[in-house]
Design a protein around this ligand. Sequence first.
Ligand code: HEM
Length: 499
Amino acid sequence: MLLIISFIIIVSFFFLLFSLYHTIFYQKLRYCNCEICHAYLTSSWRTDFVNLSDWYAHLLRLSPTSTIKVHVLNNVITANPENVEHMLKTRFHNYPKGKQFSVILGDFLGRGIFNSDGDTWRFQRKLASLELGSVSVRVFAHEIVKTEIETRLFPVLTSFSSDSGSVLDLQDVFRRFAFDTISKLSFGFDPDCLQVPFPTSEFAVAFDTASLLSAKRAMAPFPLLWKIKRFFKIGSEKKLKESIDVINRLAGDLIMQRRLTGLTDENQDMISRFMAVVAEDDDEYLRDIVVSFLLAGRDTVASGLTGFFWLLSHHPKVENRIREELDRVMGSGFDLATASLVETREMVYLHAALYESMRLYPPVQFDSKFALSDDVLSDGTFVKRGTRVTYHPYAMGRMSRIWGPDYQEFKPERWLDSEGKFRPENPTRYPVFQAGARVCVGKEMAIMAMKSIAAAMVKRFDTRVAGPGATTETALRFAPGLTATVNGGLPVFIQERKA
Ligand code: HEM
């Protein structure tokens, strides 16, 4: 026993020495007392700003190049469209996710598309684009969304509507909706989360914890700390490991079930399609592929809808214009109907309103890559090899240089031309779905789902924010995470509309 303890102490000692050496010589233990770094390290920015992203947006607006450096994080942050074009398109190969990213997210996402570069990424990208672009998968996805709206969402909203005075957390409803639908699409498995009294799903909780704790790793100014905690399996790292174990166990069970039932024509989910091309003995890889899909499709759609309904609640004129369009496209009346795929494509004003809401509240507020070699960005910023370079959609949506002096206004009309047709923006100016070779592959599906849900709800229900922020549009407060999540949710009153 004594021998084992001594062995553990010696190994731990050498690990600590190695980590310190690695941090000092490779990651460089950074200390900087410039105004930005000092405010970051002491959190003094909180005196004037509710969210870190609001503070960054403020600094980026002040910067003549729309670019800043946070030295302690070895992080260049930009809201300059030319820099975004440079890193995501022109010099794409110099800005991979990188080893640093894969160390941070590797335990959670493994070799999944979000966490890979090179051939591993290319293989998954090709397959994902092929699948998500196919008509049969789009029809399958619409069918899943329609069923969830009609059999789960409507009953929940109706029950809260008749129970006048009850407050419903709409963010939670959207997260449950998205988890049910993306699980069905990815695994062919229905976690059945969206129903009163809102059951706790072990899978969803583990997923949230893993996502939150992985994001916290990425924000740590001293990564050595979480690495030590991981080595000793203590604190947040112990919790992260436990959550990942739950995800692995459940995903493993689902993969095994699929193997047992075999691949039939009825199995249209992503895992069945990936199974046909991934080596039979590599279930871990299959798990990684599908977990990335769950992450990609779940929180993003829910987050986009939360921002949308928050804004809509404060802009009744926009809501009325959406209703006029819905009456024109789907017919008047308050039927329990879901828009067809063709109808969703005809909803131009709703499309514009969703794009506009994601300009102000993008589900992915910032996204980082790591420079492979020394480089100079389009605005002249020098980037040393290994530096983290972040483009910031949240800040970019709040730049007068991009959107004009009325950038703070929620104005879907800015997306329409003089004939009322949708006017797309260059993705390097609006990188809400990223841009270039790694642009989101689920964009069309996400928009279809968001339009279907928004149309169904706006047509049939009045939704008003309850509690703080009910009367005035105060700033939303976000919790740390890989995707934007509103702290405390979005409490609303729901009222069924009557003829
Ligand atoms: C409003 C909803 C969505 C938004 C705002 C969004 C945004 C993004 C962004 C910013 C990225 C780049 C992330 C990075 O490289 O780190 C991305 C990548 C990706 N998204 Fe989405 N996404 C949404 C919905 C979806 C959905 C529903 C799916 C799948 C069904 C999906 C699948 C993916 C995949 C697989 C990637 C990785 C692409 C690659 O690395 O080549 N997304 N998305």
